[in-house]
Design a protein around this ligand. Structure first.
Ligand code: PBG
Ligand code: ZN
Length: 323
């Protein structure tokens, strides 16, 4: 008859008592995409349920999120104009600065994170200033600009910044910039281990941030590298990051566990656009039980070692968790 393992799986209450990993609405950060205009809420074909929104709609969306118990968002901006350096990102009247001010004015209790990068703001779509000879991003000039962008976000009232550009030394440069401007208490969540992934495809439709030439492999990581993945996060811990991140999540569960075991900081994972869209399309085709696959996956991130999950599923998962 039932022995050892199975005797503990018969009673559902005992099963719950013995559950090792738990998912909570407190684990989620919900991504939002802001653009100029009014009353705009445009769904993106490749990401059902995800919208480009004007600032007033972002502010309204925060009411919906708070009702569901979601208390943290990460903002991405779609500027009106792009140029070679991404000026909109370093301007106090740029799309992100304006969005942060509006959200914090209406929702002081919402924890607002900003993605800190240049790919949405440059006309070439790369994550910084280009070196004309190398035809890739110039690391050190971009560091100066990242510090400027961070101070713009800080002055607008952001609660945490999340640099995603994978420049070497970005955490140290941003920390120095923030500290010298008086923002010593502003935490940095680093996209510390970010791979050059095909899973970002749908995001680039939403954020209008595809590179106009080449790809991001000269700054984002090779998906094949496990040792380097740990080293990238360890370096950001040493540079003064407050929270680390592995991105994407689903194809990198081993890396999530590796980074968790080799660092002492809280760890976020980014459940990226391609992962989200695959589930949506599979559900539409009738081949998966969407809710159960989603919850199993989110729980899997926690089990792998994630403390925070940035996910487009946050609202749907919150509804199920609140039941
Ligand atoms: C910007 C950035 C990207 C994502 C988050 N921040 C895209 C990229 O690196 O091309 C991807 C998020 C997603 O796919 O959901 N650097
Ligand atoms: Zn970028």
């Amino acid at each position: 008859m039932f022995t050892r393992f199975r005797r503990k799986r018969i009673n559902p209450v005992l099963r719950d008592l013995l559950q090792e990993t738990h998912l909570s609405v407190n684990d989620f950060i919900y991504p939002l995409f802001a653009r100029s205009g009014e009353g705009i809420k445009d769904e993106v074909g490749s990401m059902p349920g995800v919208y480009q929104m004007s600032i007033d709609e972002v502010v309204k969306e925060c009411d919906v999120l708070k009702d569901l118990g979601i208390r943290s968002i990460i903002l991405f901006g779609i500027p009106d104009t792009k140029d070679s350096v991404g000026s909109d990102a370093m301007c106090e009247h740029g799309i992100i600065a304006e969005t942060v001010r509006a959200v914090k004015a209406a929702h002081p209790d919402m924890f607002v994170v900003t993605d800190l990068c240049f790919c949405e703001y440059t006309d070439h779509g790369h994550c910084g200033v280009l070196d004309p000879v190398l035809e890739t991003v110039d690391n050190d000039i971009t560091l100066d600009n990242l510090a400027k962008q961070a101070i713009i976000h800080a002055k607008a009232g952001v609660d945490m910044i999340a640099p995603s550009g994978m420049m070497d030394g970005m955490i140290q440069a941003i920390r120095k910039g923030l500290d010298s401007a008086g923002f010593e208490n502003l935490p940095i969540m680093s996209y510390s281990t970010k791979f050059a992934s095909a899973y970002y495809g749908p995001f680039r439709d939403v954020a209008e941030s595809s590179p106009s030439f080449g790809d991001r492999r000269s700054y984002q990581m090779n998906p094949a590298n496990r040792t380097e993945a740990i080293a990238e996060s360890v370096a950001d811990e040493q540079e003064g990051a407050d929270i680390l991140m592995v991105k994407p999540a689903l194809a990198y569960m081993d890396v999530i566990r590796d980074v968790k075991n080799n660092t002492t900081l809280p760890l976020a994972v980014y459940n990226v656009s391609g992962e989200y869209s695959m589930f949506k399309m599979a559900a539409k085709a009738g081949v998966i039980d969407y809710d159960r696959v989603m919850m199993e996956t989110l729980l899997g991130f926690k089990r792998a070692g994630a403390d925070i999950i940035i996910t487009y599923h946050a609202k749907e998962a919150a509804i199920l968790l609140n039941k």
